[in-house]
Design a protein around this ligand. Structure first.
Ligand code: AMP
Length: 210
């Protein structure tokens, strides 16, 4: 199964991707994680992307399309995958179609902007392995320390309040039109984000099985 997770930054796409990935045994492909990895390793790609990412802007389409092309060609993608954070613009969605990819379902997780602003302020990520936590909803066992690898938990630069507002604006302007693209193809499945992560997961899995 090939699934796209759509939704504003902080709507919980990453967490839901993990749930679906475990449930269906298919990998999650997150362009955000690929880019952060490139930034951390100081690669040419990372150097190009860093400034846009730090300011909450989108990285140019051709850069992320290149990442996705390379990643989808790998062996573990043969039986399907979950795209988390891609496509984020209509040209990216068109590029995916042009690659010959047929998406089964686009799950759009809907969460109000105010809720997102509150959520992102509590988000923490591991600076070593990239695992994501939340002070209120998904705390690590020991505060400030990653459960998975013992790395240090930090606030992502793009989770700072003004950057979050900028990212939401970018989302409304550039990413929301992607919904109409998939709606026309009859592939769009909206899911209302719930207060409890597990309640959202139940709705997401029900939608996938329907
Ligand atoms: P994320 O972790 O998905 O919120 O992505 C973090 C940042 O990476 C975004 O704010 C963008 O700067 C960049 N990024 C990730 N995915 C894309 C994409 N599909 N198109 C453009 N920029 C992206």
């Amino acid at each position: 199964m090939k699934i796209i997770l759509l939704g504003a930054p902080g709507a919980g796409k990453g967490t839901q991707a993990e749930v679906i990935s475990n449930h269906l045994g298919i990998p999650t492909i997150s362009t955000g994680n690929c880019l952060r990895e490139a930034v951390k390793n100081g690669t040419e790609l990372g150097l190009k992307a860093k400034n846009d990412m730090d300011h909450g802007r989108l990285v140019p389409d051709e850069v992320v399309i290149g990442i996705i092309k390379e990643r989808l060609a790998q062996d573990d993608c043969k039986n399907g995958y979950i795209l988390d954070g891609f496509p984020r613009t209509v040209p990216q969605a068109e590029a995916l179609t042009a690659m010959g990819v047929t998406i089964d379902k686009v799950i759009d997780i809907e969460v109000a902007d105010e809720t997102i602003e509150a959520r992102l302020s509590g988000r923490r990520v591991c600076e070593s392995c990239g695992a994501s936590y939340h002070l209120a909803y998904k705390p690590s066992k020991v505060e400030g320390v990653c459960d998975a690898c013992g790395g240090k938990l930090v606030i992502r630069k793009d989770d700072e309040p003004q950057t979050v507002r900028d990212r939401l604006q970018v989302y409304h302007k550039q990413t929301e039109p992607v919904k109409a693209y998939y709606e026309k193809l009859g592939k769009l499945y909206p899911v209302q984000g719930q207060e409890e992560v597990s309640d959202t997961s139940a709705l997401v899995l029900k939608t996938l099985e329907a």
